[in-house]
Write a protein that binds this ligand. Structure first.
Ligand code: EPU
Length: 335
């Protein structure tokens, strides 16, 4: 069923809480809904607005926004150890994690409490605490706007990388994700080697799916602001990846700089650390600020516009570039 809105406020549909409008917004459930929506050809401007947790509107949107509303979760294949689970695009990601934890299924517990919907998980290959969506995604189902047909893409063809996928590039503006299929496991596969995770799990009585979920949730709650209290979109910037010689230059000057090996011999740096060391943590300018406990997160202190947020972000990027010679790019989708 399609629910359609015109000249709708987006304030409650973006976690930054910016006050912009969309000319048209349609909530859809099925492939037939999408066929009906695109029947007369694609509108000049359209995009998917899922949970609105990784998007910054800097202006009113003149086109059509599509929001997935179907919320089914089902086991598609049970092989004993491996269990394949299909979630429709409108399922809240954290509801899916809870569903899996309740049933003793391992694989996404480290991704507890990530805001957003299941259909958005493959787009930026959500990740946290040593786990990424790509580790468990088996395939992604989508509606192809050009042909009006449904397509299924195996994970190997999704171009997954750190906060990257084909859905941000070649398939951008061409498909609408309708469901994801995950490959979960009944065999315990705890991943506790990131930051405080092992300690927090131990403090809750040791390794179990439930304890890991609670430990991760507690760590996130302690570090990341609740969008209901202060508008934000999680990490505003990506962690930059630099070459080995550039990393050596930086580490000679700042020996305590956090750094992690990245694919292809690169070195991943912590944007939060760079922003923090450039003096921005907790700082506000007008109605926008850098979160007090996590410098990667920009917050709306109340009534900020998207344009104000992006202007502030650009100042931070310039400041980090001047201080460290490192470019940090935005993780949030800017519209
Ligand atoms: N750091 C600072 N100051 C800060 C923030 C971080 O010095 O204000 C240092 C930390 O001490 C640590 C390093 O930077 O040594 C990395 O920080 P942290 O472990 O908090 O993780 P992150 O790299 O800042 C990433 C993801 C988060 C995810 C966490 C945990 C990105 C852009 N962000 O943050 O994802 O929850 O790891 O895995 O990759 C998101 O994408 O919205 C998000 C919240």
């Amino acid at each position: 069923m399609i629910r359609e809105f015109h000249h709708i406020s987006l304030r409650d549909r973006n976690s930054f809480g910016v006050e912009q409008q969309a000319a048209r917004l349609a909530e859809f459930e099925t492939a037939d809904d999408l066929r009906a929506i695109f029947a007369g050809g694609a509108p000049a401007e359209w995009c998917v607005l899922s949970g609105g947790n990784n998007i910054l509107f800097t202006r009113d949107y003149d086109g059509l926004l599509l929001t997935p509303a179907a919320r089914g979760i089902a086991v598609t294949k049970d092989e004993g150890d491996r269990v394949y689970v299909r979630a429709e695009a409108g399922v809240e990601w954290d509801d899916l994690v809870e569903w899996a934890v309740e049933r003793g299924l391992w694989g996404i517990e480290n991704l507890s409490l990530i805001p957003g919907k299941a259909g958005a998980a493959p787009v930026q290959n959500i990740g946290a605490y040593g786990c990424e969506a790509k580790d468990v995604i088996e395939r992604v189902e989508m509606f192809c706007v050009e042909t009006g047909t449904m397509l299924t893409l195996d994970a190997a063809h999704c171009g997954f990388g750190y906060r990257e996928s084909v859905f941000k590039h070649t398939l951008r503006g061409r498909v609408v994700i309708t469901a994801v299929e995950l490959r979960l496991s009944r065999t315990p596969q705890p991943r506790l080697d990131y930051g405080d995770v092992a300690r927090e799990v131990e403090a809750r009585g040791g390794v179990s799916l439930r304890n890991i979920r609670e430990a991760i949730s507690a760590i996130r709650r302690a570090k990341l602001p609740d969008p209901k209290v202060a508008g934000n979109a999680g990490s505003f910037f990506k962690n930059p990846v630099v070459g080995a010689s550039e990393a050596a230059r930086l580490l000679a000057a700042w020996p305590d700089m956090p750094h992690y090996p990245a694919p292809d011999g690169g070195v991943k740096l912590a944007a939060g650390w760079l922003i923090d060391r450039a003096g921005w943590k907790g700082r506000s300018e007008g109605r926008v600020g850098v979160h007090e406990r996590q410098a990667l997160v920009l917050v709306n202190r109340g009534g900020a516009t998207g344009a104000e947020v992006i202007a502030f972000a650009r100042r931070i990027q310039r400041s980090v570039a001047e201080r460290f010679g490192v470019e940090i790019s935005t993780e949030v989708n800017i519209l």
